[in-house]
Each structure stands twice: as C-alpha cells, then as structure tokens.
Design a protein around this ligand. Structure first.
Ligand code: IN0
Length: 413
C-alpha cells in the first residue's frame, strides 16, 4: 500500500510519523565535529535509520561505545557476507578481526555500497575505538574475537539441526546481547545481566530477521548461505528453495509457522531481561527492537507473502512503537497485543498449532501476572470498524480543507 493509502487507513499514524521525522532531522544536525566521530555517526545513519534514532538517547559515553560496537560488527558482517572473498583469505580476517580494530592502519577492501565505504574508511572506526574507555574496548574486543571465530566455524558448516541454528544465532546475535550487557555494566548504569538472558535478546531479533528475509536471501545472486535449519524445513519440502514455488504454498506456510513457533520460545527471557533494566534510555534502546520483532512475527505468521515479496511493518506502526515505548508496562502491553494478533491467526489444522498457542498463552500469562495491563491503555490491535471510522473522519477533513481553500481563493463580489 502506498504511504497515502496507509495514512488514510491508519490516520493515527500521522502524529507519531511527523514526530519521528522531526527527531530524525534534529539528530542529523547533531553530527560531532571531529572527522572520525563524524564518519562513525554519519555511517550509522546510513546503515540503520531507526537504530541510529534509538541509540541517540543514550548517555554520551555509552552512546559512543555502542556506535563503535555496531560499526565493528557491521564490518565483520561485511567480510562474512562477501562471497567474492576466497575462504582461505576470509578465515584469517574473521579470526583476527579483534586485533585489527586496534590498528588504524589496517585496511581490507570488500563489500558494496555503504558497506564498501565503511571498509575503505575503517581507520576512522579504529581511531574512535582507541578513544573509548578500557572497559568498553575490552568488551568490544572480547565479543569481536568470539563472533569472528564462530563465523569462521560456520563458513565451512551448514545449519543442519535446531542446535546448529541456535549456535549460529548465538555467534552473530546472542554475543551482541552479551556485549551490550557488558557495555551497560561498564557505564555503571546497569547490573550485569546473565549470559543466558542476554543471549535470548539477540536470538529473538536474529531469528525474526532470518524468517522475514527468506525470499531476499534465497534469491540473492551470487547465491548466499541460508540459515533456516534443515531439521525444520525437511519436514515440509525436499529443498529449501521449494518453499517459494506456488505448488508448495500450504507446506511453505506450515514451515514458516514452525519457524515462528521456534522463535517465540525466547520471548519470556526477553521480558525477564528488560524488566531488570533501570536506566530509561537503555530500556528504550533495548525494548524498541524487541517490540518490532514480535510485531514482525505477527505479520509474517501464516502469511504466504513471506515467500512472494517483502513483508515489513508499516512505517507508521514503527513510529508508533518508538513513540509509545517508555516503561515495562508498555512492553507487556505490546507483547500482549501482538501475541493476541498472532493467536487470532493460528489455524487449528496447522501441525504446530497446539505448541504455538501454548507458547503465546504462556507469554500472555506473564504479561497479565505483571499487573501492568490496564484497560485504558492504547492498543496495537486495530479493529476494522475503528479504522473505517478514522478514515471517514480523515476524508471529511480533507474535503472541508479543499472547500475552505477554494472559497478563500475565489474573488469576492
Ligand atoms: C543490535 C540490536 C539490539 C539493540 C538493542 C538491544 C539488543 C540486545 C541484544 C541484542 C541486540 C540488541 O538491534 C538492532 C536493530 C536494527 O539494527 N534494526 C534495523 C532494522 C532491521 O530491520 O534490521 C534498523 O535499520 O534499525 C539489530 O538488529 N542488531 C544489532 C546489532 C548491533 C547492536 Cl550493538 C545491536 C543486529 C542483530 C544481528 C539482531 C544483533
């Protein structure tokens, strides 16, 4: 749907969208003057708009550390993803990356578009990294070392079992959770979270990305690696790419629902992790991507469009999530609402229906038992009648505005 169509259908998106646009414009004006920091923040805006927005609210010292952590990981990812690099060249780079970040003279050209710029100008990231406090540097170095080694292991290995899937997601996302928890602790703003809970925060986000990006990944030329575990997809098709063919639609949706059900398992750990956070800016920074993930899963579940095109939350809903997420009560409410939407899409005939429903009900019970769900809150669930009424008001308002403009522009006699 075009953006005007989306706005007519969801007029209450307009205010949060405008607010988000203004916030984004303000942030763009706040690029630091030093060339290496200017490069890092400009790059962050280029590679991830909404992430750049939520990071901005963190305390300056922590924000700089998270910005560098993010760019180092993106660079590591660029090396891992570049299929043009021979394996014998790639492996030592991944394994030694944690040493390269200390060396502002190190350079390796790879990647495309903005990622090529990131790699070509990586000396700016190293220079900024060397200005961080020791505690931050050690946390970033440790995670980069473990992630590089994990990526190297999976360059030569396919994701076969669900255990492999969890292990791969641990290297590329769970470790990000462990690293962020260390950075929050180094900033003396939070207690150190357990590795188990920190890992789940990353796994929930990464599994959602892997599910959402099926088509983009399978169609990539040259062929990219796939991360849907054989143990799951082989129950439905003989080859992973068969899921995209129309004749396999029923099996494809069942497989998709199996993958979503697998991801849901991490939700309770995520709630536990977030409920222990104390700093309001760190809380927001962590909660927004989690709510976007459950929103995306609710959109993808039982949705054949995942195998046909791009399935993404509309920009207005993203803006609403960013606007409304302040406290743990907001997170319980969002997890509850998106679980309800997901529950309403479960078909009793789906082979995993019982498991899916039981996981969702368990999350909803946790949200209810928190005592934070209040009746007067704003809901993410849109009733069609509600959206029809808002659209009608919007159309009437537009007609009145046009009549007013016409009348005030016509010559008076
Ligand atoms: C992230 C995570 C992230 C943020 C906050 C807390 C986290 C706790 C544990 C693990 C990860 C956490 O968030 C970003 C979000 C992001 O980049 N979103 C994209 C949108 C999209 O669709 O990809 C955007 O453009 O804004 C995230 O996805 N990852 C990430 C990477 C580094 C850091 Cl420091 C934090 C990537 C990943 C692989 C899921 C961990």
């Amino acid at each position: 749907m075009g953006s005007l169509g989306a706005m007519l259908k969801h007029p209450d998106d307009i205010y949060p969208l405008l607010k988000l646009k203004m916030a984004a414009r303000n942030i763009e004006k706040q690029i630091p003057p030093e060339p290496h920091w200017a490069f890092c923040y400009t790059m962050l805006h280029k590679v991830s708009r909404s992430f750049a927005l939520v990071i901005q609210q963190l305390d300056t010292e922590l924000r700089n550390a998270v910005c560098i952590f993010y760019l180092v990981l993106r660079a590591l990812d660029t090396v891992e993803d570049d299929t043009a690099i021979e394996t014998d060249v790639k492996l030592p780079i991944l394994i030694d990356f944690h040493r390269h970040i200390y060396d502002a003279k190190w350079h390796f050209a790879c990647g495309t578009k903005e990622y090529k710029v990131l790699m070509d100008e990586f000396h700016h990231v190293s220079t900024a990294f060397l200005e961080l406090g020791k505690g931050y540097q050690e946390a970033i170095e440790d995670i980069t070392k473990r992630m590089g080694a994990g990526m190297a292991k999976f360059i030569c290995k396919e994701v076969e079992t669900v255990d492999d899937y969890d292990e791969y997601c641990h290297y590329v996302a769970g470790l990000v959770g462990l690293g962020l928890s260390k950075l929050f602790h180094a900033a003396e703003l939070e207690d150190l979270a357990t590795d188990e809970l920190s890992n789940s925060m990353g796994l929930f986000l990464q599994k959602t990305n892997i599910i959402r990006d099926y088509l983009e990944d399978i169609n990539e030329i040259p062929k990219s690696r796939m991360f849907w575990p054989r143990q799951i997809w082989s129950k439905y098709v003989n080859k992973l790419e068969d899921l995209k063919y129309e004749e396999n639609s029923d099996k494809a949706v069942q497989c998709l629902n199996d993958m979503v059900t697998n991801a849901l398992i991490h939700m309770e750990d995520c709630l536990k992790y977030m409920s222990a956070l104390r700093d309001p800016a760190i809380f927001k920074f962590c909660a927004i991507p989690q709510i976007m993930a459950i929103g995306t899963l609710a959109l993808c579940y039982n949705n054949i469009e995942v195998f046909r095109g791009v399935v993404k939350m509309r920009r207005g809903l993203t803006a609403k999530v960013i606007d409304r997420t302040r406290t743990m009560a907001d997170v319980y409410a969002a997890f509850y609402d998106f679980s309800s939407i997901l529950k309403s899409k479960v078909d009793k005939k789906d082979p995993n229906a019982t498991k899916t429903l039981s996981r969702l009900e368990s999350v909803q019970k946790t949200c209810r038992d928190s005592g934070a769900l209040i009746n007067s809150r704003k809901s993410y669930i849109v009733k069609s009648e509600q959206s029809y009424n808002s659209a009608l008001i919007m159309v009437m308002f537009l007609i009145l505005a046009i009549i007013y403009a016409y009348v005030s522009a016509s010559p008076r006699f």
